[in-house]
Design a protein. Structure first.
Length: 331
């Protein structure tokens, strides 16, 4: 399981601190800005399978060992499972995290879809999706998360669901949750209190943290201190912190640091996430091999405390950030 090695303020994070997420390439539609520039126009299953496998190959060759997927990412679990099956030499080194709780409903369309995915944290959905995940990945994922938990989710209160998750944990799977929305910190803290059979149930969390939305940081530090695996998602704010999009006055400090250091905005954004002492894995959501290579240059960036302080003014109120995210178009 990935852990956070000690780094000094001038040291870049280890590549083992970075992972690859497959949300942007497992289905034809997603909410990353500029995605229409990154993927083939047709986006048929074979084209995205090929793209996913190319990204996995490049990430593994670079030293990345954590791969993230989910039931709702179209056919991403299938693509990852096929990649693992074709590369048995890689399988022992790789940690796969997947998520259940959303059902993909877009029928392989990017636009013209009212609802792309439907969330339900019921025992019935768990019973169905956990078997689908196992069949597609070829084995249990090492990390299995309840997808997008909020404070009102039954995943925090349903004893029947907790019993099922505890049985999976007994089989050696690290059980956790992902979070979203302005109440991420409250969700993480509520999950820290959940027990099953007299023991803490959850041992992993995947949360949004980036320079625009850092509000979950203190709660994630508490989870890390409790021994949880902490995975950062959306470190580039769905593309808002990429070079081609970080053009407004709200990101001026990021561009100024990029100019001074010669680093790309995306690498600096991910390096800032990796600089958080509680962050075990920081995900790249790259849709091209070139984007992945740029993202992974974050491993060579050691941000000093003064650099992080200069970037702190990018933070938005959590409610405002999530309002903007909800308005991003699927494309």
């Amino acid at each position: 399981m990935p852990t956070a090695p000690a780094t000094g303020p001038a040291a870049g994070p280890s590549l083992a601190r970075f992972g690859l997420g497959t949300a942007a390439v497992g289905r034809p539609g997603y909410i990353t800005l500029g995605r229409d520039l990154d993927l083939p126009a047709g986006r048929d299953v074979e084209a995205l399978r090929e793209r996913t496998h190319a990204l996995l190959d490049a990430a593994y060759a670079a030293g990345v060992r954590y791969f993230d997927t989910a039931r709702s990412y179209g056919r991403a679990e299938e693509f990852v499972g096929q990649w693992l099956a074709a590369r048995p030499e890689a399988a022992p080194d790789v940690v796969v995290g997947s998520k259940w709780g959303y059902t993909y409903t877009a029928d392989w369309r990017a636009t013209g879809v009212a609802v792309h995915e439907v969330k339900e944290h019921s025992t019935a959905v768990f019973d169905r999706q956990v078997q689908e995940t196992r069949a597609l990945l070829g084995a249990w994922p090492q990390v299995y998360l309840v997808h997008s938990v909020t404070p009102d989710s039954p995943a925090l209160t349903d004893p029947a669901l907790h019993a099922r998750l505890a049985r999976l944990a007994a089989d050696g799977v690290r059980i956790g949750l992902s979070t979203s929305g302005p109440a991420q910190a409250a969700t993480v803290r509520a999950a820290l209190e959940v027990t099953a059979q007299g023991r803490p149930l959850f041992a992993a969390v995947q949360s949004t943290w980036n320079l625009l939305e850092p509000s979950a940081g203190p709660a994630l530090a508490e989870a890390h201190a409790a021994g949880w695996l902490v995975v950062v998602k959306e470190g580039m704010a769905n593309g808002r912190l990429a070079d081609r999009n970080a053009t407004g006055p709200d990101t001026a400090a990021l561009r100024a640091l990029a100019t001074r250091t010669g680093a790309s905005c995306d690498a600096l954004a991910l390096a800032a996430a990796a600089a958080q002492p509680w962050a075990d894995v920081v995900l790249s959501g790259a849709a091209t091999v070139e984007q992945l290579a740029s993202n992974l240059t974050a491993a060579g960036i050691g941000l000093a405390p003064a650099d992080l302080a200069a970037l702190a003014p990018l933070a938005e109120p959590a409610e405002a950030y999530w309002h903007t995210r909800a308005a991003l178009p699927w494309a």
